[in-house]
Structures are given as C-alpha cells and as structure tokens.
Ligand binder design. Structure first.
Ligand code: MLT
Length: 264
C-alpha cells in the first residue's frame, strides 16, 4: 500500500501486526532499491520503505535539507504509523540517517542493520567533492553527474553481468529532481560524525559490506562494526556499494540469520 505522509512517499507491505522493519535507501536512489528484500521479508514482517525527501516521489519543496531533517522525517513516520520497536535498516545515506537516529532515539528501535555506510562525516576532500557536484549540476550537467556517481556505486561484475538492471537504476536516478539531489548533497556534506556514539549502541547490529565497495570499503566498515558491542560483520564477496541490489540473496540470508539469532 502506498501512502503520502508529511510529503513522503511511503510504501507499506506485509501484516501490520508483524514486527516492523524500516528500510532507508541511499543516494541518489529511491525506495525501490529494497524491492528484493521487501518482497522476501513482507511474508513475516511489516516492511516500511519510503523515498527520502527530495528523491523519488517524495516532495522537494525548496530543496534545503539537513541530516537532522531527514532524521525528523524518520521519527515522524515511526510515530505516525505507530511502529512498535522497528528494526532499522539503512544503506549509505540511509545509514547516515540511521546512525544519527540511533544517536538521538535508539530506544525506539529493536535492531540495526547498516549496509555500505560509514559513521565518519565528510572530510575536507569530501566536502569539496560535494561542492563540485553541485557546481556540475548547476551548469546543467545533471545527467552526467548521476551517470558517473551511480557507476561508481556498483561493482564492475554487476554492471557487466546485469547491465539492463543496472541501466534501469541509472535511468530512474536521472528522473530525480536536480534540486532535491543538490539538497541531499548539502545534507550529507553538513552531517555530523557519529563515530563516538558507536560504542553506546546497545542494539543487536548487523553490518553488511560489499568487498568491492569504493565508497565505504571493508577497511572502513569492519572497524565501525568492531566499535558496536553486539554486532556481526558480513562481507558480500564481489559486490560494490549496492549490496542489496547486486547480491539480493546473500543480503537476505545475512539479514534472516541476524533476525533469527537475535530473536527479532
Ligand atoms: C549513497 O549511496 O547514499 C552515497 O554514496 C553516500 C555518499 O555519497 O556519501
């Protein structure tokens, strides 16, 4: 069932009485990146996906976004849908939102799944890259920005072997409103660093990383996992940054095992 809540395009799947899982997508994608996982887990869980403000079908408004605002949106959804202790699952920018949400209100959740993300804020080089991206979009080169950015997200093997699926993701990403995309770039550039709070996470956590992820590689994600006391690190061999799309089955298996082991 699709719903518009507070300007966000939200998709609900599964039995409302089941344990909720909220999936938060990465940049510059939309909630459809979780299709395989939603299809699988809606059999036994209440799955909530939504388009982050500025992306997909969600509203763009003035395009002035902050990470705090994205976390406010997430909290609003949890309260509005009366979700009881959902499991939170975020990829990359969705992970930044999840980590900050955990920092602000971890007692609202029962478990945490982080895919291909990091706790560090952008360093100077990262901020300059965001600025260059905004400049490129302002110069009218939005489609090339998306093309190059998305290509960097996927592992080479997936692009070669699943080219039509890859092209669909690129083309969908190009349909985003450039203003919304720039707003997300600014929100990511201005986000806080959540590394210090990792040791304070007292939820069971699953950390998933593609072995070929260039944006949040294993040598960044493994140490992050080690800082969370009850966490498990799973490496998806051969996948890049987009593990849930590149190897949906392994991601599903890892999540299933995590949920079972932690009685979630
Ligand atoms: C994402 O996949 O959400 C982005 O790669 C995150 C980023 O650019 O930092």
């Amino acid at each position: 069932m699709e719903k518009l809540i507070n300007g966000l395009s939200v998709f609900l799947s599964g039995n409302y009485k089941s344990k909720p899982i909220i999936f938060v997508h990465g940049f510059p994608f939309d909630r459809l990146m979780w299709n395989a996982q939603v299809e699988e887990f809606s059999m036994n869980y209440f799955c909530v996906t939504f388009d982050i403000r500025g992306l997909g079908e969600s509203s763009v408004e003035d395009g002035q976004f902050t990470m705090e605002g994205f976390v406010d949106d997430l909290e609003f959804l949890i309260d509005e849908l009366k979700l009881n202790k959902p499991i939170l699952c975020g990829l990359s920018m969705g992970g930044y939102i999840s980590l900050r949400a955990i920092e602000r209100f971890q007692n609202k959740f029962s478990g945490l799944i982080l895919c291909d993300t990091k706790s560090e804020a952008d360093d100077n080089q990262g901020k300059l890259k965001r600025a260059a991206a905004i400049k490129q979009i302002n110069s009218g080169d939005f489609e090339n920005f998306v093309e190059t950015f998305v290509q960097n997200c996927f592992g080479e093997r997936f692009v070669k072997e699943n080219n039509s699926e890859y092209r669909m993701v690129v083309d969908r990403s190009k349909k985003n409103n450039p203003l919304g995309v720039k707003g997300c770039l600014l929100a990511m550039a201005g986000r806080t660093d959540t590394t210090e709070s990792l040791s304070g996470i007292n939820l069971p956590a699953l950390i998933i990383c593609g072995s070929e992820d260039k944006l949040s590689p294993p040598n960044v994600m493994k140490p992050m996992s080690e800082k969370i006391s009850n966490s498990k690190f799973v490496l998806i061999e051969g996948a890049g940054h987009m593990t849930p799309i590149e190897n949906p089955q392994e991601v599903i298996s890892a999540i299933k095992e995590f949920l079972t082991q932690n009685d979630l």
